[in-house]
Design a binder for this molecule. Structure first.
Ligand code: ATP
Length: 780
């Protein structure tokens, strides 16, 4: 055995002793936490107050246990030998001595200030570190140690191998699993500075593909929760991702760091109980994303507050009761001027209209034919008034002036009626207005969500009784419509089934479907009756108006102006981390500059940009090709510098259209045979069906669930839009020309597609390649 190996083994043995001790201590702490949780559960007291307290403590201990469980994997991964001080061990969680008497902790949480030199020390700026040691473990066993020596004295004491970037490179070369993992053991200095940046104000993290923006954003969430737990655990950190698929992809990172006070959502998921089920064309999504839509929504509401031109008439107890048009208008105008939200103003409108009807009623019932004083006394008049207050015909008349409205009513009612659109959106062209038309009851798209949110802001909540009454009314309406629809269909089509899907084209069916809108109102009413023993994250998830402690936006370049508007309402303190790359923006309504995005919401000087410059994902061979596409997007842009070179050039192949499927199949088979990594086939939107069909019988092909294809499969087909933020060992891009043509920002889509590869990249094409890819150099 060489001396170096003997020394290394001795060091491993020493670290093993320390790491075993840490695991013993972790087991003790977990046992204590579990015992405390059990004792809370056993605590006496059956009052609702005691139950709520018990649940709160339970949640706290459950969270602590989750953090300790998460820490068990790779508990300790580093050691710092300070030049003028003690030795410190760095890990996933902080551990103290049992008696707590000794000041130095047994293990430092990676987020503690004292642990920072582990990420920042370099030979040039050692930050007081003599030696940084990385400790690799498998389960509870130390498998190796590797050192960097920053101090000549320490160097003379240590003769083992020096492996600077080995841990990073080995992490980056590992096969991908379809789920992002944490990088806590190998955070790089430029990333660490961003992770620990001040909480106040808006921090924009810009950087090219693969620079770790998502990784940094998630570790920042974990850091902020550590540094400001008192506020943030109560107010919750919201992380916005570009799609539910992406949220699934990154969903394990924070739990693996022991953090659960975080809510992950896409913009489409911002309204509780509403799951968008429709996909818009890019034109419609762009139109709905424009800020002018806020004016359209406001105008649509004003139009719903318009009293009938010839006033109101109601028959009651043999009398015709009237409120003339001028009086109706006065009441509506003053409700609008009151500044109250629409539904909050309704009780006042109702009271004044009932008063006006009652006045007419009293005049008719007690009027003196000879022109004298009214014959009814004050009590009689009050009785008549209260008789009218619950009269359905009167309430229906009030509805016609100032209806109870949910966001779904307002926006669904607007889109369903070209006349309403014309009145609310005179600033749009005819063609644009036509894009907005949609029958009611078909559902909602991601692009509708900010509009529904805008509507909700103007409307306010329905009070419980109104929500219930409305649910009852709509239930009755639904039954009536169902009967009607059945009748109509029975006459028209004999015994044909009235399955809703069969009827999707009939107007009756559309109306029948529209009652699904009610579910959220009813769900809301039901929820309010429950005792509120939910965790802050659960409460935030169920509350559209929740104000968050910090908001992190990933792939922020994709958000439309309306989406930003909706999001900013959730974070009035503007404590935000915004992560994105403008060159990867494919959304036609997406950002062109961070100044444009933030200008309306954040004062200059309250936001700053931090850049990430190193590409941890795509190797230099892939970036050489992708960089040429970037140069076509913007000749002045600099692609991020790759840390890895894999020694394999990307390939491209021209194929006959008839052979595309067979060739694709061959390429996927070859990739699968070449290793145990995953494979993604990336295509232009609309071309996915063909690719799925070509790969139908490939073993390991993804299944498709409600959030899209399962990324944990070995082979997956995705549109470029779906692949945003993801990465795969092998990427096969099909028909770049079609990707470029598919949208106004098609070149950015092609840049995104090429930069998803961690190791192998291939391009299949039946048409000419864009100039940036046509040049022969850089290809195998
Ligand atoms: N310090 C690090 N240590 C180990 N792996 C890292 C580190 N930083 C980033 N990575 C890895 O690099 C890959 C790319 O990171 P990430 O997805 O965060 O990049 P991104 O900038 O968000 O990319 P894109 O803009 O393309 O979505 C991921 O696999 C991530 O885990």
């Amino acid at each position: 055995m060489t001396t170096e190996r003997a020394v290394a083994e001795a060091e491993v043995a020493k670290e093993q002793a320390y790491v075993s001790m840490l695991y013993d201590r972790l087991d003790e702490v977990r046992a204590d936490a579990a015992e405390r949780r059990r004792s809370v559960e056993r605590k006496a007291g059956n009052t609702p107050q005691a139950a709520v307290e018990r649940d709160a403590f339970n949640a706290l201990h459950a969270q602590r246990l989750a953090a300790l469980d998460a820490a068990a994997r790779g508990l300790c991964f580093g050691r710092l030998d300070l030049t003028d001080g003690p030795t410190r061990y760095v890990g996933r969680v902080g551990l103290q001595h049992r008696d707590g008497a000794i000041e130095e902790p047994l293990l430092l949480d990676w987020r503690a200030p004292a642990a920072q030199p582990f990420y920042l020390a370099t030979a040039v700026e050692p930050a007081g570190v003599g030696r940084r040691r990385r400790i690799a473990t498998s389960g509870r066993t130390v498998t190796s140690v590797s050192d960097e020596i920053f101090d000549a004295d320490a160097a003379s004491r240590w003769t083992g191998e020096l492996v600077g970037e080995a841990a990073l490179l080995s992490a980056l070369s590992a096969a991908r699993t379809g789920r992002m993992g944490d990088v806590v053991e190998t955070i790089q200095a430029e990333q660490d500075r961003i992770i620990r940046a001040e909480r106040q104000g808006v921090l924009v993290v810009a950087g090219g593909p693969g620079t770790g923006k998502t990784a940094v954003a998630l570790h920042r969430a974990a850091y902020l929760l550590y540094a400001h737990r008192d506020v943030l655990a109560r107010r919750v950190v919201l992380v916005i991702g570009p799609s539910p698929t992406f949220c699934d992809y990154i969903g394990q990172v924070l739990p693996s760091l022991g953090e659960t006070d975080v809510l992950l959502r896409s913009i489409g998921g911002l309204i509780p109980d509403l799951e968008p089920n429709l996909t818009e064309t890019p034109e419609v999504a762009e139109l709905k994303g424009r800020l002018v839509m806020a004016e359209v929504v406001a105008a649509a509401l004003r139009a719903r507050q318009e009293p009938p031109a010839d006033g109101l008439r109601v028959r009651h107890a043999g009398y015709e009761l009237r409120v003339d048009a001028r009086a109706c208008r006065r009441i509506a105008d003053s409700a609008r001027r009151s500044g109250r939200l629409h539904n909050e103003a309704r009780p006042n409108v109702q009271r004044r209209l009932v008063d006006a009807f009652a006045k007419h009623y009293v005049a008719q019932v007690g009027g003196d034919p000879r022109g004298g004083r009214n014959l009814l006394d004050e009590h009689d008049q009050a009785d008549l008034r209260s008789e009218l207050a619950d009269e359905p015909a009167i309430l229906a008349a009030v509805e016609s002036v100032w209806p109870w409205l949910t966001p779904e009513d307002l926006i669904g009612g607007l889109f369903a009626d070209p006349d309403r659109i014309a009145a609310a959106a005179p600033m749009l062209t005819d063609a644009e207005r036509a894009l907005l038309v949609r029958r009611r009851g078909l559902g909602w798209s991601d692009a509708d969500v900010p509009l529904l949110d805008e509507a909700a802001e103007l409307l306010g909540n329905l009070p419980d009784h109104a929500a219930e009454a409305r649910a009852r009314a709509l239930e009755a309406e639904r039954r009536e419509l169902e009967e009607y629809a059945e009748g109509v269909l029975a006459i028209a089509q004999g015994s044909r089934s009235t399955d809703i899907e069969d009827e999707a084209d009939s107007d009756e069916a559309a109306e029948v479907l529209s009652v699904f809108d009610v579910v959220s109102g009813r769900g809301l009413a039901g929820r309010m009756e429950e005792i509120d023993d939910r965790t802050p994250v659960e409460r935030a998830a169920a509350d559209r108006t929740w104000v968050y402690g910090h908001v992190i936006v990933d792939e922020a370049q994709e958000l439309t102006a309306m989406a930003w508007r909706a999001l900013m309402r959730r974070i009035p303190t503007r404590s935000m981390t915004i992560v994105g790359d403008l060159f990867q923006s494919s959304s036609p309504g997406g950002a062109l500059s961070w100044g444009d995005v933030l200008g309306p919401y954040v004062r200059d000087g309250n936001w700053r940009v931090a850049e990430l410059t190193v590409n941890y994902r795509a190797p230099s061979e892939v970036m050489a090709i992708a960089g040429r596409v970037l140069a076509e997007i913007d000749p002045d842009a600099t692609p991020p510098r790759s840390v890895r070179t894999v020694g394999e050039l990307p390939w491209k192949e021209a194929v006959d259209p008839a052979d595309l499927g067979t060739r694709l199949r061959k390429a996927v088979d070859a990739a699968l045979a070449g290793g145990d990594g995953n494979v993604a086939v990336l295509v232009a939107a609309g071309a996915e069906a063909e690719a799925w069909a070509a790969l139908e019988d490939v073993e390991g092909l993804a299944t498709v669930g409600p959030h899209g294809p399962d990324l944990r499969a070995r082979v997956v087909v995705l549109t470029v839009g779906q692949s945003k933020g993801l990465e795969f060992d092998t990427v096969i891009v099909v028909e770049p020309a079609a990707i470029v043509e598919a949208s106004a920002r098609g070149r950015s889509d092609l840049y995104v597609a090429l930069t998803r590869a961690t190791t192998h990249l291939g391009v299949l094409h039946t048409r000419d390649l864009p100039a940036s890819l046509a040049a022969p150099d850089g290809w195998a």
